[in-house]
Ligand binder design. Structure first.
Ligand SMILES: Nc1ncnc2c1ncn2[C@@H]1O[C@H](COP(=O)(O)OP(=O)(O)OP(=O)(O)O)[C@@H](O)[C@H]1O
Length: 451
């Protein structure tokens, strides 16, 4: 990050609310050269907001920090030299920051200049049991926008690939229809944009911006919960898009019907299309994702290393990727090949944290709480059904999430035989395959234990 921009952000953090800074200013990328400071906004919508709300302040702070008139340019694109389509990076204005009147920033393109991440495609998305339905649905939507499933809602825990799939759908849609207007936003940006529009009394403009797109992608709609005016506005936007057969894709961190403080009529609308759960990937998929990410980064990672990480890091894909990045950085620094020993050594603390989080006593307590039974009953010999099933779940989770052997697990459950544990694992796996409720319980417990 540009040092000047880093210092400017520090100052802005002291002057603005943290929501404003996180929503609008942190996503800007910065580049500094002898001519001035270039700020790149992820999309035209964000560019407009930054220009209208913050640019003057930024200019003043930059001038103050650098001790001289320093041109600040704002445009859509990225500091990596990849200007967004339709917005070639231009030379900075030579006008000093304080020059008045300042030449207006060029009008932005309509929102077909999106901020989709070009790396998040279906090709780079590894399919497994946990996400294949989500992937198929996202592809369908990209091939038949507004017609296949509307809205498409992808829900599930953090770091499991919802955003990736959403971008992949947007990218494919754009590839098939290069003129399509696809707008991607995090829900905080929708909320904050609406608040600003209300303050400035330009709601018509706000409405027009959202309703003129071919596809509207909103990430993490759980942030709408409890925000009544936002929900109201989103409800109308939704209806307008839906009626005009424009595609809506949403993500949420849980099944929206379970979201408290979300209006019933909005919940009902969300249920009109298709809601698909994205589950945590299983071991094989985790290993395959690691190998694919390593290949993307040109890293030489053996299957053994991928399996080691996949076995030990079960929480989510983002954590897996973080571990891989750490390995890459260290291997590069020490100029060493990435062997399993090197990985164990380098990631010792991280792997221990993941291992510590999931212990058999921890699983027993979590399962007892989840099913609202007493821990002592769970570990007892009593065979009533209300205890037997949670006990089997706890045993199966212990096998899945820890390194303990079947006899060790049996021992931890009041001295049971290892065949009892094996039977529990098979029974629960069978249930998960045919019983939705059981599968939800299982996934939820894994999320609680590894999240
Ligand atoms: N199946 C997959 N194949 C390849 N990469 C994946 C897969 N699943 C997740 N990822 C990667 O994991 C990282 C986190 O994924 P993403 O940001 O899409 O998660 P998310 O579900 O939207 O999380 P959050 O709810 O926290 O926003 C991304 O870098 C993404 O590319």
């Amino acid at each position: 990050m540009s040092e000047l921009w880093r210092r400017c952000l520090e100052r802005l953090e002291g002057e603005l609310t943290s929501e404003d800074v996180h929503t609008w200013l942190m996503p800007l990328q910065a580049r500094e050269d002898g001519h001035g400071l270039f700020l790149y906004a992820p999309n035209p919508y964000s560019l407009d907001t930054v220009r209208e709300q913050y640019l003057d302040k930024i200019r003043t702070i930059v001038e103050h920090i650098s001790g001289r008139a320093m041109p600040v340019r704002l445009e859509v694109g990225s500091s990596g030299g990849r200007p967004a389509p339709g917005r070639p990076a231009s030379a900075p204005s030579s006008a000093p920051a304080h020059a008045a009147p300042r030449a207006p920033e060029p009008a932005h393109e309509p929102p077909h200049v999106h901020n989709l991440d070009p790396h998040y495609t279906f090709e780079t998305f590894v399919e497994g049991k946990s996400n294949q339905l989500g992937k198929a649905a996202a592809m369908q939507v990209a091939m038949n926008p507004g017609r296949a499933y509307n809205p498409l809602l992808l829900y599930g825990g953090t770091g499991l690939g919802k955003t990736h799939l959403m971008h992949a759908a947007g990218n494919l849609l754009m590839q098939n229809n290069p003129g399509a207007k696809v707008l991607y936003l995090r829900s905080e940006q929708f909320v904050s944009g609406m608040v600003k529009a209300l303050q400035q009394k330009n709601m018509d403009d706000f409405k027009r911006r959202f309703r003129s797109v071919d596809a509207l992608l909103i990430d993490d709609i759980q942030f709408f919960a409890g925000k009544d005016t936002t929900q109201e506005e989103f409800f109308h936007t939704f209806n307008a898009l839906f009626e005009a057969k424009q595609q809506i894709i949403l993500t949420c961190d849980r099944y929206p019907k379970e979201l408290d403080k979300l209006e019933p009529r909005l919940k009902s609308r969300l249920g009109w299309g298709l809601s698909v759960a994205i589950e945590p990937p299983d071991f094989e998929t985790r290993a395959a994702i690691l190998l694919s990410k390593a290949a993307e980064k040109d890293m030489e990672v053996s299957e053994d290393v991928a399996m080691l990480l996949a076995k030990r890091i079960r929480s989510n894909v983002r954590d897996l990727e973080g571990a891989l990045n750490t390995l890459a950085a260290r291997a590069n620094f020490y100029r060493k090949p990435i062997t399993t020993d090197f990985a164990e050594e380098t990631l010792r603390d991280l792997l221990n944290t993941h291992a510590q989080a999931v212990t058999v006593p921890n699983i027993q307590k979590t399962v007892a709480d989840y099913y609202q039974v007493r821990l002592s009953d769970l570990l007892s010999k009593r065979r009533v059904r209300s205890l037997a099933r949670p006990r089997q779940v706890a045993m199966a989770l212990s096998k899945e999430l820890t390194e303990h052997s079947l006899p060790e697990i049996g021992e931890a459950f009041g001295g049971r035989d290892h065949t009892t544990v094996l039977h529990a694992c098979r029974t629960i796996r069978g249930f998960c395959e045919k019983d939705v409720r059981m599968r939800q319980d299982w996934e939820q417990l894994i999320r609680i234990l590894t999240g």
